[in-house]
Design a protein around this ligand. Structure first.
Ligand code: ZN
Length: 350
């Protein structure tokens, strides 16, 4: 009997050694929300990207990182088979609700079922003062993430029912990891073979763009970055800092606006808002210069097929996937363009 058990154990050891030998590292990038700006169209989730690294035997799921947390992120993560509780870190590009409003929901869920920990790292810009004098503060967003439910009395009620939950609410589960974005890429987070670096980029004060490097490939998350020069004349609507961050990256995920919304057309879309996004054509040109293999467009303004962006009509009617691809091609990009819809995904190596 003992011999049989020993043999079984040896077999198990051999099997796990063999699977480790065969396991190949992989990187998976999934768009958890592709809605551009505050409107909602046909149930699209708000902006967000899930980046995962692991090996092909665990579906690339050793390290699970969420970049931006628009509305509906929790639902999309569940569809991507990555529950909120499995995220090791959350990164925010900037303090706009279409990128942050899902965070309260995510953290409340984590508090509800995961108060025992671990905490999640929240990586974002340090407080940034605007010219007008107000301050954009990720630290305050984190500190007050559960306030509405604390004020309503719900949290006291739930704590009375289960004392094992953290007394301060979901904010107690956030490990704030803020940094001052710089012009040059700088490391902001690391775990094992996975390194995340960031640059400061223009959109609103405190906007940051990220790059994830892994043994299986690299991906840049541009966020809503635009050029430092807020309007034409300028060489490009894209960010020079994001371009630097993107050099040699395999995948670029970036918010975009279609040139049809420009002030030279008739949408009535406010020019300053148009100019602070990167156009699909300029992103195509940037992806080409950076040598990227894949360009994933997200945060599409306007959404595919929408007759309007919020209150602004689309000149010529709803756009198709080809309208976006053609705009990218005009920029000279000959790699793979993904016109993002919720849960669009790429895995490296392919
Ligand atoms: Zn946005």
């Amino acid at each position: 009997m003992l011999k049989f058990v020993t043999r079984l154990a040896a077999c198990g050891l051999l099997f796990s050694l063999a699977s480790q030998l065969h396991a190949a590292p992989c990187l998976k990038v999934t768009l958890t929300g592709t809605q551009g700006g505050p409107p909602v169209f046909q149930g699209q989730a708000g902006s967000g990207t899930l980046v995962q690294f692991g090996d092909d035997e665990n579906n690339c799921s050793d390290v699970n990182l969420q970049f931006d947390t628009g509305r509906g992120t929790t639902q999309r993560l569940s569809q991507a088979k990555t529950p909120v509780g499995k995220l090791q870190a959350i990164f925010l590009t900037h303090m706009h609700s279409d990128h942050t409003e899902g965070l309260a929901d995510m953290m409340q869920l984590r508090w509800h079922f995961g108060s025992g920990g671990p905490k999640v790292d929240l990586v974002c810009s340090a407080d940034a003062e605007a010219v007008a004098g107000h301050v954009l503060s990720c630290a305050k967003l984190a500190k007050h993430i559960g306030d509405a439910l604390i004020q309503s009395g719900e949290m006291a009620q739930r704590l009375a029912e289960n004392e094992k939950r953290l007394p301060g609410g979901p904010a107690d589960l956030i490990n704030l990891n803020s940094f001052k974005p710089s012009e040059e890429p700088a490391e902001v987070w690391k775990q094992g073979d996975v390194t995340v670096s960031a640059v400061g980029s223009r959109h609103i004060p405190g906007h940051a763009s990220y790059r994830v490097d892994t043994p299986a490939g690299s991906v840049v998350i541009g966020g809503d970055a635009g050029n430092d020069n807020p309007k034409p004349p300028r060489e490009s609507s894209t960010s020079a800092q994001v371009e630097k961050l993107s050099m040699g990256a395999d995948i670029i995920v970036h918010s975009t606006i279609h040139p049809v919304m420009g002030p030279d057309k008739d949408s009535g879309f406010p020019p300053p808002i148009y100019f602070r996004q990167s156009t699909a054509t300029d992103l195509g040109a940037m992806a080409k210069r950076a040598g990227a293999k894949h360009l994933m467009l997200t945060h599409l303004i306007p959404p595919l097929g929408a007759a309007k962006q919020g209150p602004y009509p689309i000149p010529g009617g709803g756009l198709t996937e080809d309208d976006y691809k053609n705009a990218v091609n005009e920029g000279g990009f000959t790699g793979n363009t993904v016109v993002g819809v919720d849960l669009s995904s790429l895995q490296l190596p392919q």
